[in-house]
Design a protein around this ligand. Structure first.
Ligand SMILES: Cc1cc2nc3c(=O)[nH]c(=O)nc-3n(C[C@H](O)[C@H](O)[C@H](O)COP(=O)(O)OP(=O)(O)OC[C@H]3O[C@@H](n4cnc5c(N)ncnc54)[C@H](O)[C@@H]3O)c2cc1C
Ligand code: SF4
Length: 408
C-alpha cells in the first residue's frame, strides 16, 4: 500500500493552531463568506462559536445546514466560494474556512455527536436514484421532515464520486462512510446493486412512491474515438475508481501519459506520483492561461514533478504511442507510454430513467420534470458540477418535493 496515497495530504489543525486561525477572523457583520456559500453554510457563525470555545455549537451550525459537512470541509473549492469574498483578504490572506470546518467536524466525530433530528413519520414515500452527494443530501433533508426515503444505487457501495472518484489522499473513504452512516441513522434505506432502468423500472418507482428524485450524476468517462479498443488506454474515472477501491494497492506502470487538463486529470497525475510512478506526462488541450483545473490542484501536480505540456491535441494513437499536434503553432509531438489515461470529461448515462438529456443536463424547467412526480438534482441539474453545488441543488429539490407533497 502506498502510504502517500492513503495519508490525508492536507494536514489537520491542532487545537492551538485552529484558534490562531479563527482569531484572524474579523467577525464581519453581513459576512461575505456566509453569503458566498452555495449550500448556505454560515462560516461567520461557526467561526464565532469557535472563537468563544463553543466547538459543539460550531459543529451544530455546520451539520444542521449540511449533512455532508465533513466532506465539504475537505473537497470544497473554497477559494471560489466563501474564501473568495473573505474580508481578511484585504489585509493579508483569506481565513482558511475549509480547514476550520474540518477541525470542527473532526471534533464532532470524536464526540460522536448526532445533531440531526427526524420529525414524526408523515406516511409518505420518496425514492432517490443515485447515492452521490445529491442523492445523499436530498435523502437526509427529506428524512428529517418525516418522509420514508429509499435510495437505489447501481454500484455495490454508496457515495458516487465521493467514494469512487475523489482520491483517498484528499477524501478518505472512512470519512465518506461516516457521513453515509449518519444519513442511514436518520432512517434512510440504501438498496445497492440496483440500476434503475434495468433492475427496477422508473414506472414502478413512480407508482410505489409519492415522488422520485433522480441524482444519477455524470458517472461515465468520455472516450476519444481514436482510443476505442486500444488495450493501453483507460478512462480516468475507471482508473481512479480502481485505485480508490484498492486503497492504492496497485502496481503502477513506469511511464504513463495522461490526456486532459481539468481537476480529474490533476487527480490522476497526482495519484500516479503518490503511488510511485516515475514518469508522468500530462498533455493538455488548453494553454496554461486557459487551464480548467483549479490553481491548487495544478500546483499540487507540479509539486509532485508531473511534466505538463499545454496546447496539444491528440490526432492519432497506436497502442501506447500517441501523436499530437499543437493547436496554434505548426508543431508535432510523439509520446510513447506504457499506459494512456484519458481524462477528457464525463457524461450522463440516462438509459432507462425516462428523462431527456441535453448537454449533460436534464432538459426541463426548474428541478421537476413537467406533469410528473419526478425531480432531479446534482450534476444532472443546471449549475456548477461540484459537491457543494450538488448539496445546494439537493436541498432545493427536497424543499420542492416537500411543497409538492403538501408539506410545510
Ligand atoms: C475524480 C473527480 C474528482 C472530483 N473532485 C471534486 C472536488 O475536489 N470538489 C468538488 O466539489 N467536486 C469534485 N468533483 C465533482 C463532484 O464529485 C460531483 O460534482 C458530484 O459528485 C456530483 O454529485 P451527484 O450526486 O450529482 O453525482 P455522482 O457523485 O456522480 O453520483 C451519482 C450516483 O448515481 C448512481 N447511478 C447512476 N445511474 C444510476 C441508475 N440508473 N440507477 C441507480 N444508480 C445510478 C451512480 O452509480 C453514482 O453512485 C470531482 C469529480 C471527479 C470525477
Ligand atoms: S468574511 Fe472572512 S473575516 Fe469576515 S467573517 Fe467571514 S471568514 Fe471572518
Amino acid at each position: 500500500m502506498s502510504k502517500k496515497y492513503v495519508d490525508e495530504y492536507e494536514k489537520a489543525y491542532t487545537p492551538r493552531l485552529v484558534m490562531e486561525e479563527a482569531s484572524r477572523c474579523l467577525l464581519c457583520l453581513d459576512a461575505p463568506c456566509s453569503s458566498a456559500c452555495p449550500a448556505g453554510t454560515d462560516p461567520a457563525k461557526f467561526i464565532r462559536s469557535l472563537r468563544f470555545k463553543n466547538v459543539k455549537g460550531a459543529a451544530e451550525t455546520v451539520r444542521i445546514n449540511n449533512a455532508l459537512g465533513a466532506i465539504c470541509a475537505r473537497v470544497c473549492p473554497t477559494e471560489r466560494y466563501c474564501q473568495a469574498g473573505c474580508s481578511r483578504s484585504g489585509i493579508d490572506k483569506p481565513i482558511d474556512i475549509g480547514g476550520i470546518q474540518r477541525y470542527i467536524t473532526d471534533y464532532e466525530d470524536a464526540l460522536k455527536m448526532d445533531t440531526l433530528e427526524v420529525k414524526e413519520a408523515n406516511g409518505k414515500k420518496v425514492a432517490v436514484v443515485g447515492s452521490g452527494p445529491a442523492g445523499l443530501t436530498s435523502a437526509a433533508e427529506l428524512a428529517k421532515l418525516g418522509y420514508k426515503v429509499t435510495i437505489y444505487e447501481a454500484s455495490n457501495k454508496a457515495g458516487g464520486y465521493l467514494r469512487f472518484g475523489i482520491p483517498e489522499y484528499r477524501l478518505p473513504t472512512e470519512i465518506v462512510e461516516k457521513e453515509i452512516d449518519r444519513i442511514v441513522r436518520l432512517g434512510v434505506d440504501i438498496v445497492l446493486n440496483t440500476r434503475v432502468g434495468e433492475d427496477i423500472t422508473m414506472d414502478q418507482l413512480r407508482k410505489e412512491n409519492d415522488a422520485v428524485i433522480l441524482a444519477i450524476g455524470a458517472s461515465k468517462g468520455k472516450m476519444l474515438p481514436m482510443f476505442l479498443n486500444n488495450k493501453k488506454a483507460v478512462l480516468a474515472v475507471d482508473w481512479l475508481k480502481k485505485v480508490k477501491s484498492k486503497k492504492g494497492n496497485i502496481k503502477v506502470k513506469e511511464n504513463v501519459l495522461v490526456i486532459g487538463g481539468g481537476d480529474v486529470a490533476m487527480d490522476v497525475v497526482t495519484s500516479l506520483k503518490l503511488l510511485g510512478c516515475p514518469h508522468v506526462t500530462d498533455v493538455v488541450y488548453e494553454q496554461f492561461s486557459e487551464f480548467k483545473a483549479s490553481k491548487k490542484e495544478l500546483m499540487g501536480a507540479q509539486e509532485q514533478g508531473v511534466t505538463i505540456i499545454d496546447g496539444y491535441v491528440p490526432v492519432a494513437a497506436r497502442g501506447g504511442q500517441v501523436k499530437f499536434k499543437h493547436r496554434v503553432i505548426n508543431a508535432e509531438l510523439k509520446i510513447k507510454a506504457d499506459l494512456v489515461i484519458l481524462a477528457v470529461g464525463q457524461y450522463v448515462d440516462a438509459n432507462g430513467v425516462d428523462v431527456e438529456i441535453d448537454r449533460n443536463e436534464v432538459k426541463a424547467e426548474g428541478v421537476q420534470v413537467a406533469n410528473t412526480n419526478v425531480f432531479f438534482a446534482g450534476d444532472i441539474a443546471h449549475g456548477e458540477k461540484t459537491v457543494v453545488w450538488a448539496v445546494r441543488s439537493a436541498k432545493e429539490v427536497a424543499y420542492r418535493v416537500n411543497k409538492f407533497l403538501g408539506g410545510k
